[in-house]
Design a protein around this ligand. Structure first.
Ligand code: OOG
Ligand code: NI
Length: 271
């Protein structure tokens, strides 16, 4: 699969469960904008069958290179970001993994059982990153027990391997000079933003400002009945130049820490 095919498939799967992202995309296009992506984020567990080293493969295969590394102690997450070696317009890739050994024995058992329950060939599939929840994630009881300890683990249980979000490159927009202008436009069009840690995460001094919508709510059919579970969100990033004049390329852990919460049910007013 080529880079463009991989990124297109990730986008198609993402908008299937994130209709608001498609609507915002179209809203901006209707204003004459040509949308570029700053980055795409993927989530996983650090079990060696599905860890970052496994999930990064399809991206390394199409010319991406590993760059920054990030630690999120409270959330028990580790992440790496990737940049394309030659195509400067290609979105960065941000892959995070839950550090299972730091979680409770219960959570470790649940995830181990989930991974053991799958056809193990699924983990060698070069398209694993496009395969969603390869396990049978249809128990509200399991979902809720994971949710108590790790919102991230609960999200993984339901949605699995796919793009968690796409991020609009705000620098490439013609009609918005600041992230605040874009946020105001989105809010006046009726979209709700994640205000955990303020609507804008990061500062010009940190060289990256980010904001995001709250994840869409998506009906999931569990064996106990249907439940609305936050799916994916849309993010907006504005980068600032470093002293050498080039735009900062990395991520900011303290901001990312809050961006993760865009899928948190606790932020949803509609529930
Ligand atoms: C990733 C959150 C972090 C960023 O841009 O800082 C992030 C996630 O929610 O999986 O995307
Ligand atoms: Ni992001």
């Amino acid at each position: 699969m080529s880079k463009d095919q991989l990124l297109t498939k990730l986008w198609e799967q993402y908008v299937e469960i994130t209709p608001s992202a498609l609507k915002i995309h179209e809203l901006l296009e209707d204003k004459g904008e040509e949308i570029k992506n700053d980055h795409i984020a993927i989530r996983t567990f650090n079990d060696k069958r599905v860890n970052i080293e496994v999930l990064e493969k399809p991206f390394l295969n199409v010319g991406y290179e590993a760059k920054g590394e990030y630690h999120f102690e409270t959330k028990k997450l580790f992440a790496k970001h990737y940049e394309h070696a030659t195509d400067k317009d290609a979105p960065r890739i941000f892959i995070s993994e839950l550090e299972l050994e730091k979680c409770s024995a219960d959570l470790q058992n649940t995830v181990e059982n989930l991974l053991n329950s799958c056809d193990q060939n699924a983990f060698n599939n070069p398209e694993l990153v496009l395969s969603g929840s390869v396990w049978n994630g249809n128990s509200q009881a399991v979902y809720k027990s994971l949710l108590e300890e790790s919102e991230y683990a609960a999200w993984m249980y339901v949605y699995g391997f796919r793009a968690n979000h796409f991020t609009i490159n705000t620098n490439a927009l013609k009609g918005f000079k600041t992230l605040e202008e874009l946020n105001n436009f989105l809010e006046s069009s009726g979209w709700e933003l994640n205000s955990s840690g303020g609507k804008i995460k990061g500062t010009p001094e940190q060289l990256l400002e980010q904001s995001s919508t709250l994840a869409d709510l998506y009906d999931i059919d569990f064996e106990e009945g249907t439940l609305k579970v936050p799916s994916c969100y849309y993010e907006f990033a504005l980068r600032y130049p470093m002293s050498n004049g080039e735009l900062y390329q990395g991520f900011v852990a303290s901001s990312a820490d809050k961006i993760f919460e865009s899928t948190d049910v606790k932020l949803q007013k509609a529930l």
